[in-house]
Ligand binder design. Structure first.
Ligand SMILES: Nc1ncnc2c1ncn2[C@@H]1O[C@H](COP(=O)(O)OP(=O)(O)O)[C@@H](O)[C@H]1O
Ligand code: SF4
Ligand SMILES: [Mg+2]
Length: 366
């Protein structure tokens, strides 16, 4: 009986979500916020694998986290640890030989994993949007900027007068710090930073609840990077969207985010507030990451200087994947896989040192 009630509640919510899909520019201006009692996005035990000749590559292996509306999470970690694979999976854009092997991606309570291509096409942009470092190169070179933004809106069921659509596009351009006349321009007339702002305007044109930004500034020079991050910040504040910012520049992401999640070899090994992660790093990998940034105030240093390299994500040996590089390794680390441990204050660490059930000489459990 209880199950039936829950199923009905979910069906009602899905029905109301569909019937509330915006169809005019006015609807769009009012949209964006979902049911505030639910996290904007709740990722549960997500697994994204690639089939390869060497075996199954477990690029994202049981990742869980939740973001409240308007929250900003940065995901950091060395190259190859699964950040982009995770971001693409959240958009359901995983391409073969990759596939989602399990888990849930609850967006305002609705699981995206079972959605078909058409349902997902509608959810993208309207509910969850992606900005990547190559977004600016995806602009159509022979179309004016405003026409490209119109196309996205019309494709998602917005039926309004040209005048209203144009006024919405101008608002979007202003929000990303561009002048109205940019709407009449072609991509080749814009600088890299301007193009990336257009990509942010396009990505947020339907006030999505969640924005996934995968290294959105990596292709830009340092000064422009900072400006584009400020633009993303402003758009986030204006729309109230939750943002997942993927990056490897700890200084840059720390300025933007509320929380930081540290990924290592397909797993989220440490997650906490920016202050917790930077001032009290817990996981040995997080400690090394923080120490490898000589001066966080400089905010430009990259994640370098950790001895060793991340393991290939095929046929991982038993135990902790970080053991071969970990300065705190002990006996149990080579046999037992560490589990996600809640250490209080919504802080989670995946390391035996914080697990009261594992005997470690260096245990940090009080
Ligand atoms: N198409 C693919 N086929 C097989 N393995 C892949 C493919 N794409 C990515 N991978 C592997 O998945 C892992 C994670 O990659 P990626 O998500 O790009 O990491 P990041 O964004 O953190 O640098 C890497 O080990 C990479 O080699
Ligand atoms: S479980 Fe062991 S090897 Fe892994 S990070 Fe913790 S101390 Fe290091
Ligand atoms: Mg990447």
């Amino acid at each position: 009986m209880a199950v039936e009630t829950t199923t009905n509640a979910v069906a009602d919510r899905e029905q109301s979500t569909r019937s509330e899909m915006p169809t005019t520019v006015d609807d769009l201006r009012r949209s964006g916020m979902g049911d505030s009692s639910l996290p904007a996005i709740d990722v549960k035990d997500l697994k994204v694998y690639y089939d390869s000749e060497a075996g199954v590559v477990k690029a994202v292996d049981g990742v869980s986290f939740a973001l409240q509306q308007g929250e900003r999470l940065a995901l950091v970690g060395e190259s190859g640890c699964g950040k982009t694979t995770l971001g693409m999976a959240l958009m359901k854009l995983t391409k073969a030989p990759g596939y989602i092997d399990g888990g849930q991606i609850l967006l305002d309570g609705r699981d995206l994993v079972p959605l078909d291509d058409e349902e997902m096409r509608l959810a993208r942009l309207a509910e969850i949007a992606l900005v990547t470092q190559s977004a600016m190169n995806a602009l159509n070179p022979v179309m004016r900027i405003e026409d490209q933004i119109f196309d996205g809106l019309i494709d998602h069921g917005i039926k309004d007068t040209k005048e209203n659509l144009r006024s919405h596009v101008y608002d979007l351009l202003l929000r990303v710090g561009l002048r109205e006349n940019v709407g009449r321009m072609f991509p080749h007339e814009l600088s890299g930073g301007m193009k990336q702002r257009v990509a942010i305007a396009t990505g947020t044109s339907m006030n999505p609840k969640v924005i996934v930004a995968d290294e959105p500034t990596s292709a830009l020079d340092v000064v422009v990077q900072r400006q584009v991050m400020m633009t993303l910040s402003r758009v986030q504040r204006d729309t109230g969207a939750a943002v997942i910012l993927i990056g490897h520049d700890m200084g840059l992401v720390a300025q933007f985010a509320d929380r930081i999640g540290v990924m290592y070899a397909g797993k989220l090994v440490d997650i906490g507030t920016v202050q917790q992660i930077i001032e009290e790093p817990k996981h040995p990998y997080t400690k090394l990451l923080i120490n490898s940034v000589p001066d966080l105030e400089e905010k430009r240093e990259r994640l370098t200087g950790i001895p060793g390299i991340p393991p290939p994500l095929v046929d991982l040996p038993p135990g902790c994947v970080f053991a071969p590089r970990c300065p705190s390794v002990e006996g149990p680390c080579n046999e037992l896989e560490p589990k996600d441990t809640d250490i209080g204050d919504n802080r989670h660490v995946m390391c035996h040192l914080f697990d009261p059930d594992v005997a470690m000489a260096g245990s940090e459990v009080a």
